[in-house]
Design a protein around this ligand. Structure first.
Ligand code: GTP
Ligand code: SPV
Ligand code: MN
Length: 567
């Protein structure tokens, strides 16, 4: 497939590395298209809450049929149709699920072979039973035909549609060849369709990394963490700890499928087999593990490339050997200081997980890894502390539902705006987001078997605080985030005192190796801020969930409002 793509001029070899390639897309096809991503259900209320539609887009079956008829017939004419049988999750796992993707994109085939387990052997029994997710993908032939002289492949931005039919376990994607729009095992199957399976079968399909963390005494724990797109999951999952004696291992960087086992322990698998990671910002100082992972068998998309056959982006495009020249993702000469970046902000690497030097020994264990803590987080430049712990499961579900984050380049939004992104799932819910909250609350309230371990503890983190006075980052992030993970592990162990605040449990001064002014900057606790935040949250719930907001979440908000009033 790679040789074919190379011969077509759709992939450029990167001879500086081993079996690495560069693809460049149409500049109109560079990110997920949330506005054209829909859930198709008979009743609108099964897809989105009646009150609003920011938590997803609904389409009626009739409208979908008409839209599909306008797009799919004849759209692959003259191209090759590929048939990809694949599974999500380690074969043999109770959570492993089968899929079959049809696509007319060789790039999608090559990428799916990295991101999922492709092969008829994995899924022949499931296919024979008819128990698989049906994934149809077409690049899209624009009404005026394929554009002449395209280096890579066509797309049809004006008519792009990514449709999900959860009741039929079916996905139909037309018009885009990039990322979550076209690698249908990822967001379409493993989050939107799988969240419906999970609701029906009593488990969870979430936009979460999974990592192992080992303390200097050798005690190992596993954490799952939900951050919105381009907010640090891959970086945390591959982190090189800045604290001596601690180590981190990676189970997954984007999606977790989790269920309580017979002993009442929450166990997680990574349904994927590769990383589709954000390139810009990845560097030897921020993420050396990713840098090692992408030295072989990797397909880069929309990054710049160098005259010595390498890939580049910000900031590694500023540290090139003398005499090296750069071509930008748009195919133009590029030099440090140019106003436009060498790589698109949502440029990505697609690399096999097996090439990551810190994969956890249990990353493909069919039983999954036991989860002790679940962490929520987002890009919050001010007001929200570096870390706090929720009081209990229902409060933690409320904290997840209250997540907000600055928009990033992973979707078509313009950056910088503060968006509500409950559970980091706003673009990925496969069913009514209000019912997703009920599902979480119900799982936490289920009777637990005798001798079961406590429920996982729930936390919120914010790596992105800025110093109000200078505007610069208040927290070094990356490897230093281990100081926060260490605090979380000590809390789970029961060995760490904390300060109860109206927001949740805060670390004591000094617990993260910072004190005085620095501690106060990292742990702001402003009545005015939380008054604004709760007011905004109340508006958000009303406009987006209305009467469907679970009572328990409404009570949690009232509780927080009361505590903030008393501050
Ligand atoms: P998706 O693949 O879109 O789901 O993104 P992700 O959540 O995996 O985000 P990723 O780890 O790729 O990080 C996205 C951007 O955030 C990159 O530019 C990183 O350099 C930056 N980033 C990640 N972690 C940190 C951190 O701890 N501090 C700061 N300041 N930036 C970070
Ligand atoms: C995200 O946007 O959260 C991603 C990238 O992980 S994509 O595969 O395009 O959805
Ligand atoms: Mn993601």
């Amino acid at each position: 497939m790679l040789a074919l793509l190379r011969d077509q001029g759709a992939l450029l070899p990167l001879p500086k590395y081993d079996n690495c390639w560069l693809a460049r897309t149409d500049p109109r096809d560079v990110a997920r298209v949330e506005s054209r991503t829909v859930l198709v259900t008979e009743r609108r209320g099964d897809a989105v809450p009646a009150a609003g539609s920011a938590m997803g887009n609904w389409m009626s079956p009739q409208d979908f049929e008409a839209a599909a008829q306008e797009r799919f017939p004849g759209c692959m004419e003259g191209r090759t149709l590929y048939v990809l049988p694949f599974c999500m999750g380690p074969p043999g796992s109770a959570l492993c699920r089968a899929g079959l993707q049809l696509t007319d994109s060789a790039y999608v085939v090559a990428s799916m072979r990295i991101m999922t387990r492709v092969g008829a052997d994995y899924v022949s029994a499931a296919l024979a039973r008819g128990d698989f997710v049906r994934c149809l993908h077409a690049l899209g032939r624009p009404r005026d035909g394929d554009p002449p002289g395209m280096a890579s492949w066509p797309c049809d931005p004006a008519r792009t549609l990514i449709a999900h039919l959860p009741s039929q376990r079916r996905v139909a994607s037309y018009g885009s060849g990039y990322g979550g729009n076209s690698l249908l095992g990822k967001k379409c199957f493993a989050l939107r369709i799988a969240s419906c399976m999970a609701r029906d079968e009593g488990w969870l399909a979430e936009h979460m990394l999974i990592l192992g963390v080992r303390d200097p005494q050798g005690v190992k724990r596993y954490l799952a963490a939900a951050f919105p797109s381009a907010c640090g999951k891959t970086n945390l999952a591959m982190m090189t700890p800045a604290l001596p004696g601690w180590s981190v291992t990676c189970v997954g960087d984007d999606i977790a499928w989790m269920r309580f086992d017979d002993d009442g322990r929450l166990r997680a698998i990574n349904p994927e087999r590769g990383f589709f990671g954000v390139a810009p910002g990845t560097s030897p100082s921020t993420n050396p593990v990713a840098m090692a992972t992408i030295r072989r068998d990797t397909i880069f998309t929309n990054v710049g490339h160098t005259s010595d056959g390498g890939a580049c982006w910000d900031p590694i495009d500023r540290q090139l050997p003398p005499g090296t020249t750069v071509t930008s993702w748009l195919g133009r000469p590029w030099a440090p200081g140019d106003p436009e970046p060498s790589a698109h902000p949502n440029s990505r690497f697609c690399a096999p997980a097996a090439n990551c030097p810190i994969m956890d020994p249990a990353w493909e264990d069919p039983a999954g890894v036991p989860i002790d803590a679940i962490v929520f987080g987002g890009r919050r430049p001010s007001g929200v502390p570096l870390v706090f712990e929720a009081f209990d499961w229902p409060h933690g579900v409320f904290v997840g539902s209250a997540m907000r984050s600055e928009a990033t380049a992973a979707a078509e939004h313009t950056g910088g705006r503060l968006l509500h992104d409950p559970f980091a799932m706003r673009p990925f819910f496969g069913y009514n987001a209000a019912r997703h909250l009920s599902h979480w609350l119900a799982l936490g309230a289920r009777p637990r078997p005798a001798g079961a371990p406590p429920l996982p503890r729930l936390f919120h983190v914010n790596w992105f605080l800025r110093d109000d006075a200078t505007g610069s980052a208040a927290w070094p992030g990356f490897g230093h985030n281990i100081r926060v993970l260490a605090w979380i592990c000590r809390r789970v162990q029961g060995a760490e005192p904390a300060r109860a605040t109206p927001i949740g449990w805060f670390p004591l001064e000094g617990a993260l190796g910072v004190g005085g002014d620095e501690h106060r900057k990292l742990f702001p606790l402003s009545k005015a801020f939380w008054e604004r935040e709760t007011r905004e949250l109340r508006r958000f719930y009303l406009e987006n969930y209305g009467a469907e907001l679970p009572n328990q979440i409404a009570e949690q908000l009232e509780g927080l409002e009361g505590r903030v009033r008393a501050m």
